[in-house]
Design a binder for this molecule. Structure first.
Ligand SMILES: Cc1ncc(COP(=O)(O)O)c(C=O)c1O
Length: 425
């Protein structure tokens, strides 16, 4: 992990001693490295600039707080929001409504109306039902909005965990254009206030190959031809989603982003030439790629007990601030912060929630542990914080952001009082 270094047996993260952070702010503790986030953003921006000036929408579902919204705003990126909550935070973070792309497979009419009132003008449409309601709403309020249609690209062998696959036949996301192209086209043609920009797909997350994006592009061109031949509709934009994988474990071999994206752009360019379409504008929605490798979660070791096949070591959190393991068997490297050793023991690191799925890392090789030791989960920047929950009435932890060697609290630990603040007897 780029931000981590050992100096004289002291572990530093973003140049700060990790153990001191854990002691000063209590565990569980998220620590983000803003300099790394900025460097990932710059990498994406550089590539985007090279190829036809691709538009970047940060997929905010990966990690979003006011501080993150500010980073996105100051970096002049667009943002993809997939709920009214994400939209609210983006707006509160002063992101320009014109930089927001509103996603979601079940936006209510009120959500869409609220977004339009706030100045949002670009939406990804996920169903024919939504398209009809958008038409009705924009007719009523006489307001123009731009739309992209999310298609189901129907790729069935996407090799990432099945729970983070979204481009297969039975996906709940997007419109089956083989069945609904005619309906979509006729609504678009009739709708005075819907400005149809193009097609969107997102095949899945944490991908180590661009094969599936390339297949999805072929599908997009099939629908583009049908839209042009049968309805004289020509699209202006293709949004290829996110999904760019990162390294969690030694065996992971993500593609460099440029090598991932370049052939996709080339294929779009080639197909546009073959079928005589103007080259569409291209947009991407990276989430994990920007934040995944930029944070760790620190925990304190509690109970240790014999177990099968190895001893259990319990930490003062678990699935409550990292649900990825239970949701899709995500794997992490875990290290001991306060000691190193040449002889390592094998442990099963478990959380403290009353759920058997709260089993965080199996076969972890760690120095001999005792209560009070500090452990760090690495590459914990994408979808861990976003999936935090209060199971067992666990308090949500502090989040730190380190920038140029100085840490600041960007989200404070929840209080016990906050647990009942919404309750009535
Ligand atoms: C529509 C859409 N775009 C972008 C993303 C971001 O994916 P990733 O974090 O893998 O880049 C997601 C993730 O679920 C998504 O659903």
């Amino acid at each position: 992990m780029n931000s981590l270094t050992w100096e004289n047996d002291i572990l530093l993260f973003a140049k700060l001693p990790v153990l001191e952070l854990a002691r000063a702010y209590q565990t569980p503790l998220f620590v983000y490295d803003q300099d790394q986030i900025l460097s990932r953003i710059n990498e994406v921006k550089k590539i985007a600039k090279t190829y036809h000036n691709i538009s970047i929408y940060y997929a905010s579902k990966a990690f979003l707080t006011l501080a993150m919204a500010k980073i996105i705003k100051d970096s002049h990126l667009g943002i993809d929001v997939a709920s009214r909550g994400e939209l609210f935070i983006a707006l509160k973070g002063n992101i320009q409504p014109s930089d927001i792309l509103y996603h979601g497979n079940n936006k209510s009419i009120e959500d869409i109306h609220y977004a339009i009132e706030q100045g949002v003008r670009k939406f990804v449409v996920d169903s024919v039902d939504e398209l009809m309601h958008m038409k009705e709403l924009t007719d009523q309020i006489n307001t123009h909005i731009e739309i992209l249609i999310r298609i189901i690209p129907k790729i069935d062998d996407i090799n990432t965990h099945k729970n983070i696959t979204t481009g297969h036949h039975g996906s709940k996301f997007g419109i089956d254009m083989d069945l609904h192209l005619e309906q979509v086209a006729s609504i678009i043609k009739e709708a005075e206030y819907l400005s149809f920009q193009g097609l969107h797909f997102h095949v899945g997350s944490q991908l180590f190959t661009n094969t599936f994006h390339l297949q999805a592009v072929e599908q997009v061109f099939k629908y583009m031809q049908q839209l042009r031949e049968n309805y004289q509709i020509v699209i202006k934009e293709i949004n290829i989603g996110g999904g760019f994988g990162i390294k969690y474990k030694e065996q992971d071999q993500p593609m460099p982003l440029q090598l991932f994206i370049e052939p996709i752009i080339k294929r779009i360019d080639d197909l546009a030439k073959i079928f005589k379409f103007p080259m569409p504008k291209i947009s991407i929605e990276p989430g994990r790629f920007i934040v995944g490798g930029t944070a760790l979660i620190l925990y304190t070791v509690g109970a240790i007990k014999p177990g099968t096949p190895s001893s259990f070591v319990a930490i003062d959190g678990g699935m409550t601030e990292n649900l990825r393991v239970a949701l899709y068997q995500a794997q992490y490297d875990v290290i001991c912060v306060n000691k190193t050793s040449h002889t390592l023991e094998t442990y099963t690191v478990v959380g403290q929630a009353c759920e058997s799925t709260d089993l965080m890392v199996e076969h972890a090789k760690l120095p001999k542990l005792k209560r009070g030791d500090t452990l760090a989960f690495l590459q914990a920047g994408a979808y861990e914080h976003s999936l935090i929950h209060n199971f067992n009435k666990t308090l949500r932890p502090t989040v730190l952001m380190v920038h140029q060697g100085v840490e600041r609290v960007i989200q404070q630990r929840e209080t016990y009082e906050a647990l009942i603040a919404r309750d009535f007897e």
